[in-house]
Design a protein around this ligand. Structure first.
Ligand code: GLN
Length: 470
């Protein structure tokens, strides 16, 4: 039933361009029926799950939104695809994205932009880069979805599309078979129409994977579970909610600010204590992110040379301007090229000390700021295991400074303008923290998301607190 409705929605909302490829409808419905007839494998049994197209699937192409990979089909499934299938999920299709995950509006795709129509009839940004996944969930084209979040790519589209988006702690969910953008930040995230569905998706994917060298070991997972210095979150009266005052920036839209205030008041009304928190280096986090992420891109995208990966353009590998390598690389989109150049520059001998090294230092300061703010110690640093009674259990702030902008207006934007959309999402990415974006208040169609950020490993607490807000 739900699957049939989703297929109807897929054709009704085709113009939004959420999917790059979908399986044959008959095969898909047969798969769903088989699950429905068999004993349920779990809460995802027979559910249609959409998958961002930078995650490898052997049954459908994996393009990462790039012209270079437009004909690529992976010979294997990513670990998370195996896990989804093992829980009975059926892959609804591969969703559209900014090329390799680089962007904030899902407009930098070889397959065209993703869009949505706002309540007032305007065509607006869906956020990015996992915009296709967010739209697919918001318009009922699937039950839930998977995306990736390097600097906000799950949370920003979740906010803009009025759905829930969750970025887990770095290293909890396997990235084996996920096409790398910036490895030190890349995190698989999940989308759902509500918190319950989103948590089920996270639980289905949260497991150690020996094939991913950054996957958190069982040993660290056990330490994270025992890192309960108090029963925080369980009892809202003991909950200490941090309000990062540095996030109250001039560019903050009034409606967003009001949603933030209402959320804080609601938690206070239930007995939680609000605590103003200083996260001073946050103002430098965005610049540091846009040095570090492109640096990693310049290295990660080097393999798309038409020999090892990517499609080779035809013609001779001649001399000077007809060099085949340059032609092949020329097929990358403008944003990908820009990031490669930025990254190559900041890693060059001339610029490295002033850019890359400085950005790494800022990243450490951002992490220190968060560790100082939280009541719980960071389980990754057992040597600093003192808890801080004055600290907070979670931080609450907006996901983005404004509601979704009109797509038309983005055309004359400078790249840096798009980067500023990520100002509230990149700090948690630089520190690898769990962060969730959810729609709030009575009007859940305004494209405004509120973010709940927890200490490293406090993923379930983030959900617990979000449930208090819902
Ligand atoms: N908008 C950010 C960027 O372009 C984040 C993207 C992401 O999280 N994949 O890098």
């Amino acid at each position: 039933q739900e699957a049939e409705k989703a297929l109807v929605a897929q054709s009704a909302f085709k113009s939004l361009n959420a999917f790059i490829s979908v399986p044959n409808a008959d095969i898909l419905l047969r798969e769903v029926a088989e699950h429905e007839a068999a004993p349920a494998k779990g809460p995802l049994s027979g559910k249609l799950i959409a998958v961002k197209d930078n995650i490898c699937t052997s049954s459908l192409p994996t393009t990462a939104g790039s012209r270079l990979l437009r004909h690529f089909t992976s010979p294997y499934d990513a670990t998370i695809i195996e896990k989804l299938r093992a829980s009975g999920a059926v892959i609804a299709g591969k969703t559209n994205l900014d090329e390799f995950g680089m962007g904030s509006h899902s407009t930098h795709s070889h397959f065209g932009p993703v869009s949505q129509v706002s309540a007032s009839g305007q065509i607006t940004s869906v956020g990015g880069s996992s915009g296709g996944s967010a739209v697919a969930v918001a318009t009922g084209q699937c039950h839930a979805a998977v995306g990736t979040d390097t600097g906000g790519s799950v949370r920003l589209p979740a906010a803009y599309n009025n759905v829930v988006g969750f970025k887990p702690s770095y290293g909890l969910v396997s990235r084996w078979g996920v096409i790398a953008y910036a490895n030190s930040l890349d995190t698989v995230g999940v989308f759902g129409r509500n918190l319950g569905d989103t948590r089920i998706m996270f639980d289905a994917l949260n497991a150690f994977d020996a094939r991913d060298p950054t996957s958190l070991s069982e040993h660290i997972r056990a330490r994270m579970r025992s890192n309960v210095c108090m029963e925080n979150g369980k009892d809202v009266v003991s909950l200490r909610v941090g309000v990062p005052t540095d996030y109250n920036i001039d560019e903050l839209d009034t409606a967003v600010k009001n949603a933030w205030i209402t959320t804080l008041q609601a938690l206070q009304g239930q007995g939680a204590t609000l605590v103003p928190v200083e996260l001073q280096t946050t103002r430098h986090a965005l610049s540091a992110y846009y040095v570090l992420a492109p640096a990693e891109v310049s290295s990660n995208l080097a393999k798309y040379d038409g020999v090892r990966y990517g499609e080779r353009t035809s013609g001779p590998d001649g001399t000077s301007d007809s060099v085949l390598f340059a032609k092949t690389r020329g097929e990358l989109g403008a944003e990908a090229k820009r990031r490669i150049l930025l990254g190559a520059y900041s890693l060059s001998a001339e610029a490295k000390d002033n850019y890359f090294i400085q950005a790494q230092k800022v990243r450490k300061l951002v992490q220190d700021d968060f560790n100082k703010a939280f009541r719980k110690p960071n389980p990754l640093y057992p040597e600093h295991r003192t808890s801080n009674a004055e600290g907070v259990d979670v931080l609450i702030c907006p996901t983005a400074p404004t509601p979704p902008p009109e797509l038309e207006r983005l055309r004359d934007q400078q790249p840096v303008d798009a980067y500023t959309n990520d100002v509230f999402t990149v700090p948690a990415s630089l520190a690898g923290l769990p962060a969730l974006s959810m729609p709030v208040g009575g009007n859940k169609s305004n494209g405004i998301g509120i973010q709940v950020i927890g200490q490293f490993g406090d993923d379930h607490l983030v959900f617990d607190v979000a449930e208090r807000i819902e």
